[in-house]
Design a binder for this molecule. Structure first.
Ligand SMILES: NC(=O)c1ccc[n+]([C@@H]2O[C@H](COP(=O)([O-])OP(=O)(O)OC[C@H]3O[C@@H](n4cnc5c(N)ncnc54)[C@H](O)[C@@H]3O)[C@@H](O)[C@H]2O)c1
Ligand SMILES: [Zn+2]
Length: 366
């Protein structure tokens, strides 16, 4: 049986849970499920791409286990992270049968993860939830922390609930089938952790970025574990985002607006965040924060991760207006998480349109 190379604990009192990180952890997952939940049934939610790839591994690992496993696939892609998918999943799972002890296991990236989490939060007023993320983004970000939910035509993640998983199992071998562009997009969030929290992580990424992009990298498990540790620490101090947790949104105020302006079609989330982090760093500069060469180093790292670093010509009025739809905006005032030095950020209110446009243009110019 394979054993996790690393275990990171998310400390949330009675709702604390471990994140197991390693290669081919399917049988370790089965063992954990047996000892933690002893279920009679288990419902797996994946998507139309991930299901065919990894359901067989689960099936094999669960073969001699006493629970019945049902598999449910939603169509792949952000456009299906909606209430129609949730309703279809409710029907399917109720039809095969479930009770208050039936764990919902999310198998996939952030889309099935967020959707399955919302199903788990709401079906029978709450079922145990297990995350087995299969994208780099889901491994370092969305599978940890308990934010679940779906999109509405009016905007992303507008319906949701906080529902912590009871277990997260990261099987690194799943990255082997993930397209390289998705690996790079996840790397944007990894780089984000370096800027907001951990200058040593940032330095390590500068040393070995090219190697980390290859899935066989020996350093990747440690980097993923470090990101999970940071997210776990932030979430355990501020589970419901009343303060500290906002720092995870560095690059996201501008990034989300770019995604919305391009109808979520042109950029992957991490690619929009790459531009967002650079523009927000430039905004910090225009406000007088002495950042040395942080923006240059950040741009270098992002570009080595094969991420975009120069914004397209855009209708800046439109991006500015879209930023007001951000959940952090308060009474029409734009709030942003801005770096103060490498490894530290602060939340700043009252960013002006002129500051935003100046930051954007600085990034267009280089
Ligand atoms: N809950 C949170 O705290 C949180 C945090 C960050 C992001 N998110 C959400 O996460 C979502 C983005 O997540 P994502 O980037 O993982 O998207 P995703 O789940 O759509 O995965 C991206 C693509 O890769 C495919 N895929 C997934 N794993 C694969 C594998 N191992 N091999 C081959 N193909 C694979 C998927 O089918 C999909 O087409 C967004 O909806 C975002 O809002 C949530
Ligand atoms: Zn993000």
């Amino acid at each position: 049986m394979s054993h996790p190379a690393r275990v990171v604990q998310v400390e949330l009192g009675e709702r604390s849970y471990p994140i197991l990180i390693g290669s081919s952890l399917w049988s370790a997952l089965a063992e954990e499920i047996a000892s933690r939940f002893a279920p009679t049934r288990l419902a797996v939610i994946s998507d139309s791409t991930v299901g065919p790839l990894y359901e067989p591994q689960l099936e094999a690992a669960f073969e001699d286990r006493p629970w019945k496993t049902s598999h449910h696939r939603m169509p792949a892609g952000e456009s299906h992270k909606n209430l129609a998918s949730v309703e279809a999943l409710y029907h399917e799972i109720l039809d095969v049968g479930c009770d208050r002890k039936t764990p919902i296991l999310a198998l996939g990236g952030g889309v099935p993860g967020d959707t399955a989490g919302f199903v788990a939060a709401t079906l029978l007023r709450g079922l145990p939830f297990i995350q087995t993320p299969t994208t780099l983004l889901a491994m370092v970000d969305s599978s940890v922390g308990g934010k679940t939910g779906v999109d509405m035509p009016q905007g992303k993640n507008l319906i949701g609930a906080f529902h912590q998983p009871s277990l997260v199992v990261i099987s690194l071998d799943t990255l082997k089938t993930l397209p390289q562009r998705e690996i790079s997009a996840g790397m944007a969030e990894v780089i984000k952790y370096g800027v907001i929290w951990d200058k040593e992580l940032f330095g390590a990424l500068e040393v070995g970025m090219e190697g980390l992009l290859s899935v066989d990298s020996e350093a990747l498990p440690e980097v993923i574990a470090r990101c999970c540790e940071i997210k776990a620490e932030v979430v355990s101090k501020d589970e419901r985002e009343s303060g500290l947790r906002e720092i995870l949104n560095f690059g996201h105020t501008v990034g989300h607006a770019i995604e919305a302006a391009t109808e979520y079609g042109e950029w992957l989330h991490g690619e929009a965040i790459s531009i967002g982090m650079l523009v927000e760093t430039a905004i910090a500069e225009t406000r007088g924060t002495q950042l040395g060469d942080l923006r240059g180093r950040l741009r270098g790292l992002l570009s080595r991760a094969a991420l975009p670093t120069t914004p397209h010509k855009c209708d800046l009025d439109r991006i500015w207006r879209l930023m007001h739809a951000d959940k952090k905006a308060r009474e029409g005032r734009i709030r942003m998480v801005l770096p103060t030095r490498l490894g530290r950020v602060e939340t700043v209110g009252g960013i002006t349109q002129a500051e935003f446009e100046m930051g954007w243009k600085i990034c267009e110019g280089v």
